[in-house]
Design a binder for this molecule. Sequence first.
Ligand SMILES: Cc1cc2nc3c(=O)[nH]c(=O)nc-3n(C[C@H](O)[C@H](O)[C@H](O)COP(=O)(O)OP(=O)(O)OC[C@H]3O[C@@H](n4cnc5c(N)ncnc54)[C@H](O)[C@@H]3O)c2cc1C
Length: 410
Amino acid sequence: MSDALKNIAIVGANLAGGYAAGALRKQGYDGAITLIGEEPDPPYERPPLSKEMLVHPDVSPKTLFVHPLSFYTEHNITLRLGVRAEALDLSGKAVTLADGSRIAADRIILCTGGHARRLNVPGGDLGNVHVLRNLADSRAIAAHLSPGKNVVVIGGGVIGLEVAASARMRGCEVAVVEAAPRLMSRVVTPEISAFLELAHRAKGCVMHIGVGVQSLHGANGIVRAVETTSGVQLAADLVVVGVGIDPAIELAKGAGINCGNGIVVDEFCRTSVPEVLAAGDVANQPNPYLNRRARLENVQNAQNQGAAAAASLLGAGEPYAELPYFWSDQFEYMLQAAGETVICDQAILRGSVESGAFSVFYLTAGVVTGVLAVSQPKNIAAGRRMVMKHSQPDPAALADESSDLRKLIG
Ligand SMILES: Cc1cc2nc3c(=O)[nH]c(=O)nc-3n(C[C@H](O)[C@H](O)[C@H](O)COP(=O)(O)OP(=O)(O)OC[C@H]3O[C@@H](n4cnc5c(N)ncnc54)[C@H](O)[C@@H]3O)c2cc1C
């Protein structure tokens, strides 16, 4: 470790940032660490925001904060929360904050995540139109969910469908509007989209798929209806917009760091500027499992890549290779997916879709490259190992529920 390394600043005090800070200490770095975050809270898990916290707003979620506050004091990590980092002053070795202060920084890890996209249509800024990215958004949405309320969810991706399920479970009348021809089209195949559509319809959600939003109408500044591009008016007491995130690259761009879809990093999480690394939702990195660059938006990646960036910064890094993975809870269904779950030569179904518990293995040139399971976590565990080991199982055995998956890993 270089003697010159006395101050490390991490911008973005959530999962990737929190894990990067902890990993720096674990790796033996004993200089100053400042974790800078715009949100008022220390690092927390976002998954409960669209799930438990909407369904059971009066119950504390099982997991929320990554560490108790005492962790930061015990590890001598300075938290600067509720303040935005405005610029990286690389020649002056500092990060400047919105309150005018400067944080000394020989090295910087950018873990700035993403901004939830808003709706750029007339009425998109009416009251009771929410995005869902942080604790405040989740609490505001939860406060509006009660039996009989009309909730329109715009966007049939992971977050939109989770909100739709949670709102329905609270007794709301729920409509989902998705512009693409099918649900979750970025991350699952048409068969899985069809399963999700049926599942949501069966629970009473009204699905408007393949139509966009024309405008939102309100009264006294509060949303009252959503008008679709097919001219249908949907009554709305609450609108939740789940149309993806834009990576928060403004600090990096301002410092002349190479950005594209996210901050461009190499396999050691290094940006185009030697003093700066990046990790988490904001980082765009080569992924050996996908054979292309990817910006992964999930908990597991944020944690592992944050820690990997810390190790890399201290010269102890190894090329980072994360198997893409996500999970989603919608009604009683737990969807888990790992690896490449869209592009394949062959999709092998194990179990029956109608039963609501099944798995699909995705093969390319006979090699398992991805797996998706609905309410079958054991199959995901086996499938992940197959992807990592480039297994080439017999397709018939893979489809046969009586075969032992562990024996097919190879
Ligand atoms: C509602 C919801 C549900 C989710 N559910 C799942 C799930 O079930 N499974 C799963 O795997 N993943 C889920 N995710 C995704 C997961 O939460 C993210 O992948 C993860 O939070 C990414 O962590 P991160 O630290 O990279 O970025 P973020 O969590 O976005 O944190 C970045 C932080 O940086 C701060 N920041 C940005 N710019 C600045 C600046 N200039 N100055 C100071 N601070 C700044 C932001 O305010 C933010 O707090 C969910 C996300 C959401 C929103």
